[in-house]
Design a protein around this ligand. Structure first.
Ligand SMILES: Cc1cc2nc3c(=O)[nH]c(=O)nc-3n(C[C@H](O)[C@H](O)[C@H](O)COP(=O)(O)OP(=O)(O)OC[C@H]3O[C@@H](n4cnc5c(N)ncnc54)[C@H](O)[C@@H]3O)c2cc1C
Length: 591
């Protein structure tokens, strides 16, 4: 499938310009992609959602049979080579599957644990014998998979796991410990378990539930995702064959982190899918529900919500597809082991964290407003708004909490800069010189003179400068101790997330010129950029005020004002236009 764009370094978008032709967007989907989207949508609508009650009643036989149906449709083997029973499609296809499976969030969790957290690490790190032994039966749905990293005492700090592995006299391993909150735990057959060899060397193992000493604890009573199994996994001197070490002893972090990178990217995609579904529900409800003699969709307050739901979804969808294109281009250019997928996932770890945080928080916003638009009906189980809301909350907690991902985004950028992989330090210095030179200012274009999204492209360039001012000041102020300054890192992450999202939205909207709904693309991108400018300014001011004072702070704030001065835009009108369009079509129509 022709989805490739130029190969770029992860994080390099902050320091380089990206051309319109260089980003992958949903408008570039091929016929094959559209077919996968349709297959997944129909499967969810006709086969999964009708089973929801059985899933919520913990009928894991039903979950198993749905996983087998996924296999028949080719959805479990999207990223697995054909020799192991997969269909070896591109990363855009796996994004599409995640996105379209989202309306059934409980089942999506089961699916994700199987496809992303169990099949993927074996496909990436397994030996040929391990792949031969496990992949065909996992891809066919005969076996159900899970991934057991977390423990009661080590969630975010996953490498502090206490589960221990020791080698027995027969050469086999004995694993002892207790894993917590394991998705599919109640009915999984194969589990990727992380344990420390001799209490020291963090290592991944392929563990079968049928091995002596392995069992599942009781189902957790959760806030949401009632239709997915979450249990502890108990390992009591569990006997694991010598050949079931996944990857190398002491290199379990590589397995764990690459799996999480992919999981974050897919969870971001799933969140975008959830946004699209909820917007459809919200607009249909708002068009039908009448108060004060008219549909509530005609009220400005409701249009504001719908328009904002669309703008945020559009931006995050643009991020998800752009990231898929970046990963795919890297994979296509690579001749590395396993098609270079592991390296590609590592390369775009920053972008994966961005879509994880940005996507899950956009989803929480959209689902909260969806409940609000449904009024009292949003709070009762007769409507799906209530379920969506409960099911989505955990997205900000698993696959690395959003706090941890926020720390990672600037942390990884700085690390790449210090290692010389990105010219971050030179760019920050050059910007400092530019800002100190008299008269330097953002090139203002008169609002009336500008072409479509020209001003927004300029504002995005300014966002990048703001990010560099804040990052550069932080590196200068704290040096090696920057990792201790979580609030500054958090503000910086917010600036970076909004910057990447704004740029992705603008590039996509520019690429859509002349195509269907081009004007709506523009409206969504413009509304997002102008609201992002306000958020970015606030985050930058707070971060700078935490790092500097007196004349230095005044100079930095003056530089910020010179760089970031967007001409005011009527975002109220833009959101109304977006709202009217989705109401008229009865669904999210971009993408
Ligand atoms: C429904 C569900 C399914 C799950 N499925 C799986 C699964 O299949 N496999 C698996 O291995 N795990 C799974 N998990 C576990 C999940 O990954 C962890 O809950 C998550 O990593 C957070 O760990 P924790 O719960 O221990 O929270 P903690 O790490 O205790 O965090 C608590 C709070 O402190 C913050 N915090 C922690 N450390 C820092 C820090 N250094 N700096 C700033 N803030 C910090 C966190 O962001 C959070 O807000 C699942 C959890 C749930 C709820």
């Amino acid at each position: 499938m022709a989805t490739t764009t130029t190969v770029r370094k992860g994080g390099s978008w902050l320091l380089e310009e990206t051309s319109v032709d260089d980003v992958f967007t949903p408008e570039k989907l091929t016929e094959e992609h559209r077919l996968i989207a349709q297959t997944t949508e129909e499967f969810v609508a006709h086969e999964v959602l009708p089973m929801l009650e059985r899933l919520e009643a913990k009928d894991w036989g039903a979950a198993r049979s749905l996983l087998r149906r996924c296999a028949e449709l080719g959805l479990l083997g999207v990223n697995v080579p054909e020799e192991y029973g997969g269909v070896a499609l591109d990363k855009v296809s796996s994004l599409i599957v995640s996105e379209r499976i989202a309306p059934a969030a409980s089942f999506a969790a089961s699916f994700g644990a199987q496809a992303n957290l169990c099949i993927l690490p074996i496909a990436l790190f397994g030996t040929p014998a391990q792949k031969q032994q496990y992949l065909p039966r996992l891809v066919s749905g005969e076996l159900v998979g899970a991934y057991a990293l977390s423990e009661s005492g080590s969630g975010s700090d996953a490498l502090a796991a206490r589960t221990r592995a020791t080698r027995g006299p027969d050469g086999d391993w004995r694993l002892t410990g207790e894993k917590m909150w394991i998705t599919n735990g109640g009915f999984a057959d194969v589990i990727i378990v992380f344990a420390k060899v001799d209490g020291e060397h963090f290592t991944a193992f392929i563990v079968e539930k049928s091995f002596p000493g392995v069992s599942a604890g009781k189902e957790e009573h959760k806030m949401g995702l009632h239709g997915s199994s979450t249990t502890p996994i108990l390992l009591q001197e569990a006997r694991v064959p010598a050949g079931n070490v996944l990857g190398e002893i002491g290199k379990g972090h590589k397995v764990a982190l690459n799996t999480l990178n992919f999981g974050r990217f897919k969870l971001g995609g799933m969140s975008v899918g959830g946004c699209r579904t909820a917007i459809g529900d919200a607009v249909r409800y708002a068009a039908e529900r009448r108060q004060f003699g008219q549909p509530i969709a005609t009220f400005g307050a409701i249009k504001h919500k719908l328009g904002e739901m669309v703008a945020r979804t559009y931006a995050m969808e643009s991020v998800a597809y752009r990231t898929a294109g970046l990963i795919e281009a890297h994979v296509a250019a690579s001749d590395g082991e396993n098609g270079g997928a592991a390296q590609a996932l590592e390369e775009y770890a920053i972008e994966a964290s961005i879509i994880k945080v940005g996507g899950t928080e956009a989803l929480n916003y959209v689902l909260d407003e969806n409940v609000q638009i449904h009024g009292g009906n949003g709070f009762v189980k007769d409507y799906s708004a209530e379920r969506y809301y409960r099911d989505a909350r955990v997205n900000r907690i698993f696959e690395g909490t959003n706090e941890i991902n926020r720390l990672l985004i600037p942390g990884m950028l700085v690390r790449r800069g210090l290692k010389g992989e990105l010219p971050l330090v030179a760019a920050a210095r050059a910007l400092q010189d530019e800002l100190l030179s008299i008269g330097a200012s953002a090139s203002a274009v008169r609002v009336d003179d500008r072409g479509p999204l020209e001003e927004e492209a300029r504002i995005v360039a300014a966002f990048k400068k703001v990010a560099l001012i804040v990052l550069g000041t932080a590196m200068q102020t704290y040096g090696q101790k920057l990792t201790d300054e979580q609030e500054v890192l958090g503000y910086t992450a917010d600036i970076l997330i909004d910057t990447f999202a704004a740029e992705s939205a603008v590039l996509r909207a520019r690429a859509a010129a002349g195509h269907d709904h081009a004007e709506l693309h523009q409206a969504a991108a413009t509304a997002f950029v102008h609201d992002a400018a306000l958020r970015i300014e606030q985050a930058a001011r707070s971060a700078l005020a935490a790092m500097a004072e007196g004349d230095t702070l005044r100079t930095l704030l003056a530089a910020l004002r010179r760089v970031l001065k967007p001409a005011p835009v009527n975002t109220v009108a833009l959101r109304r236009r977006l709202a009217d369009a989705v109401v008229a079509h009865g669904r999210y129509i971009l993408g």
